[in-house]
Ligand binder design. Structure first.
Ligand SMILES: *[C@@H]1O[C@H](CO)[C@@H](O)[C@H](O)[C@H]1NC(C)=O
Ligand SMILES: *[C@@H]1O[C@H](CO)[C@@H](O)[C@H](O)[C@H]1NC(C)=O
Ligand SMILES: *[C@@H]1O[C@H](CO)[C@@H](O)[C@H](O)[C@H]1NC(C)=O
Ligand SMILES: *[C@@H]1O[C@H](CO)[C@@H](O)[C@H](O)[C@H]1NC(C)=O
Length: 432
């Protein structure tokens, strides 16, 4: 996650570099396995909802048929983690009912490991904060029907200067598998300037060779256009720099992630970073917009707040089953920005096809005053005669039974309304 906040002492750096050069000498770069053709049908719509790249490169480990859901420690706790807080979070996901809604991965981010490997060269959980070890934690969360994620780095150190996995891929993957870990987030700090395309595939091979099915989440911050190559390497890939708990960061990241919409699909997703909902830096309406757009973009829904202590508003947002269903829709087509108007294009329409011949539409007001935003059938690419019923996913009710040619609603400043359009006629017909 967080980058280069601590400078390692020169001493540690020199030590590690000498280890690394040894490792380079004996390294055999594994070749990417030949990929099987995807077994699914590629849905096709039109120019607006281009799916030409959907599923072309997906990693074939059976995971991520829909975007991953769960929780990650970084956004709220940063380095202040320990096994108690991880267990209490697992308990809270169960007691609040969030786990039942699909939030099953409990992902430990940076700072779980000791600053040095042991005499056998293995990673070691920090004894003060994780005295029972990672396997015990995995057993604990598995006992609750949840899954455990861990974190490492495709460099010589993690961002918080714990040992990285570069040139230790095979041993570290085996260790994670022996701990019954289900998910790996793989960061990009201290990478010796080696391109991500060279540093990320060896861990894919190592995870595969471990024999345990492990979700592989690439976190190279979008620096090397991962959508173009990461589909055959991981189950999701970060498309941007780290999010922070501000409206400016969230909106910027949404736009950056939008560019890669055509490349997402079952097996591999664009990752605009974890949710900030509930962390206090945005308003209720802004968080509602954040959650709506992340769901529509088929982003991983990884909660980043303290779920042991959520407000009712935070819970209401994160537990919106209708919005979650958009994210988890089996069609797996990433929705995108289809229209902008107003000063600086701050009145926006985002939309995406759903299974069952439906469409999700978000009216997102990024301006500072309320306005009526209208989605025309033209910007959605629908034939003009199509009639739809419109369901509001935040009000949880039908708001129009027979909308034809356009649908609009008043949207407050920095708020977002989200809908599902269902055709009243036989099907949704798209204009070529
Ligand atoms: C564990 O971490 C939490 C969250 O940072 C903190 O409140 C708690 O005091 C820590 N517990 C121990 C035993 O260190
Ligand atoms: C390893 O990769 C092969 C080929 O893509 C796949 O069939 C298999 O399920 C993978 N195994 C694991 C444990 O990920
Ligand atoms: C948060 O992100 C925004 C937009 O990317 C950036 O301008 C700002 O500096 C970041 N703030 C912090 C505290 O990192
Ligand atoms: C719970 O969250 C509130 C803010 O919503 C905060 O003021 C309070 O300190 C938190 N309590 C604990 C135990 O973390």
């Amino acid at each position: 996650m967080a980058k280069r906040r601590i400078t390692p002492s020169l001493y540690t750096l020199i030590l590690s570099l000498s280890v690394v050069s040894l490792a380079i000498a004996v390294r055999v770069t594994p070749l990417l396995q030949t990929l099987e053709k995807p077994s699914f049908q590629r849905p096709t719509f039109n120019r607006i909802f281009d799916t030409s790249k959907y599923g072309i490169l997906q990693l074939n480990n059976g995971l991520a048929q829909t975007p991953q859901m769960g929780w990650n420690s970084w956004n709220f706790f940063a380095c202040n983690i320990n096994e108690t807080v991880i267990k209490e979070t697992a308990d809270a996901l169960i007691s609040t009912g969030l786990a039942e809604l699909g939030y099953v991965y409990i992902n430990i981010d940076d700072c779980w490991s000791s600053p040095t490997r042991n005499s056998k060269g293995q990673l070691v959980p920090e004894p003060k904060t994780f005295p029972s070890g990672i396997n015990a934690l995995a057993e604990y969360v598995h006992g609750k029907g949840l899954k455990l994620g861990i974190y490492s780095d495709a460099g010589v150190f993690t961002c918080q200067v714990r040992p990285g996995s570069l040139y230790h891929e095979s041993a570290d993957a085996k260790l994670f598998a022996s701990w019954d870990v289900d998910y790996l987030k793989y960061d990009n700090c201290y990478n010796l300037g080696i391109p991500p395309k060279e540093r990320y595939p060896p861990m894919r091979e190592a995870l595969n060779a471990s024999g345990r099915t492990i979700f592989y989440s690439l976190c190279e911050w979008g620096v090397d256009d991962p959508a173009l190559w990461a589909g055959k390497v991981g189950n999701s890939w970060r498309t941007t720099d780290d999010i922070n708990d501000t409206w400016a960061s969230m909106t910027t990241i949404a736009d950056l992630n939008d560019k890669w919409a055509a490349y997402a699909g079952p097996g591999g997703w664009n990752d605009p970073d974890m949710l900030e909902v509930g962390n206090g830096g945005m308003t209720y309406k802004e968080y509602r917009a954040h959650f709506s757009i992340w769901a529509l973009m088929k982003a991983p829904l990884l909660i980043g707040c303290d779920v042991r202590n959520m407000t009712a508003e935070t819970f209401e947002i994160l537990s919106n089953e209708e919005v979650i269903a958009v994210n988890q829709d089996p069609l797996g087509v990433q929705g995108r920005k289809v229209d902008v108007s107003g000063t600086d294009g701050c009145y926006q329409v985002w939309a995406g096809p759903l299974s069952g011949d439906r469409l999700t539409v978000a009216l997102w007001n990024r301006c500072s005053k309320a306005e009526t935003i209208t989605a025309t059938w033209e910007v959605l690419g629908l034939e003009s005669g199509i009639s739809v019923s419109v369901r509001d996913l935040w009000q949880h009710e039908e708001v129009a039974v027979d909308a034809v040619s356009s649908f609009g609603a008043r949207v407050d400043a920095h708020d977002c309304r989200m809908y599902i359009f269902t055709p009243r006629t036989a099907s949704l017909r798209y204009v070529a």
